[in-house]
Design a protein around this ligand. Structure first.
Ligand code: PRP
Length: 217
């Protein structure tokens, strides 16, 4: 049988998802000791590649991989209609509007908002009927209101540590974010038994890890 190709978002998603993949019976020794490697085939059933979040969808849309594991923030930003098959319990966080304590969300002048997610930001402000200028930046978004680049930011908050350590506060809570397993529609037909098996195993591992988290609390 042909290996199922999985594009996994590297970084935080990878760190949270690898224990789940292992709990579902997938050998991830290569990823655990990866250094600069990007392709992992320790498990004979799968070929796992590590890529940046937005690129997961490029590989998936192009048919180079059959499965993607990616945050819903990326799917929302790209307004992608990829087939989401499974919601994982890891990577739960939320979009917020945040700024310094002297920010006035009611101020009438046209605000400048910095973000890695211009589409999500545009839709949020359109939804509340406010016209804003959006500046796209690539990271360390919290800097923008501190250094005077923007009045506020739209960004993801997980633990809240980054906001706290930079003395920023939340002015509005936007949509939640979680990690999703998405499948290329064509692959769903071609690899149905393998995909079904992967999803069943992952779902079970995810539920069990949720239970053990509960016990720990
Ligand atoms: C994300 C996000 C925040 C941070 C929030 O950045 O953009 O900066 O995580 O997490 P926290 O609430 O747990 O502190 P990321 O770590 O992806 O790095 P970046 O600054 O390069 O975007």
């Amino acid at each position: 049988m042909k290996r199922l190709k999985i594009a996994l978002t590297k970084g935080r998603t990878e760190q949270q998802v690898v224990p789940l993949l292992e709990a579902s019976g997938i050998n991830c020794d290569g990823i655990r000791n990866k250094q600069r490697r990007l392709i992992f085939d320790e498990d004979p059933r799968y070929e796992i590649i590590l890529v940046k979040g937005p690129d997961v969808l490029t590989y998936l849309n192009n048919g180079s991989v059959q499965i993607g594991i990616v945050g819903s923030d990326i799917l929302d930003e790209q307004q992608n209609s990829q087939y989401a098959m499974l919601d994982l319990s890891v990577g739960k966080c939320r979009f917020v509007l945040a700024s310094t304590s002297d920010f006035d969300p009611q101020a009438h002048r046209r605000k400048i908002i910095a973000t890695k997610y211009p589409n999500i930001t545009k839709r949020y402000f359109q939804g509340i009927g406010e016209d804003v200028e959006i500046i796209k930046i690539e990271g360390s978004v919290e800097l923008a209101p501190l250094i005077g680049l923007a009045d506020a930011i739209v960004d993801i908050v997980e633990t809240g540590n980054t906001l706290r350590e930079n003395h920023l506060q939340v002015y509005a809570r936007l949509q939640p974010v979680n990690t999703k397993l998405v499948v290329n529609r064509l692959a769903l037909r071609q690899y149905q038994p393998q995909i079904k098996q992967l999803i069943t195993n992952l779902q079970r591992a995810d539920q069990q890890s949720g239970q053990s988290n509960l016990i720990k609390e």
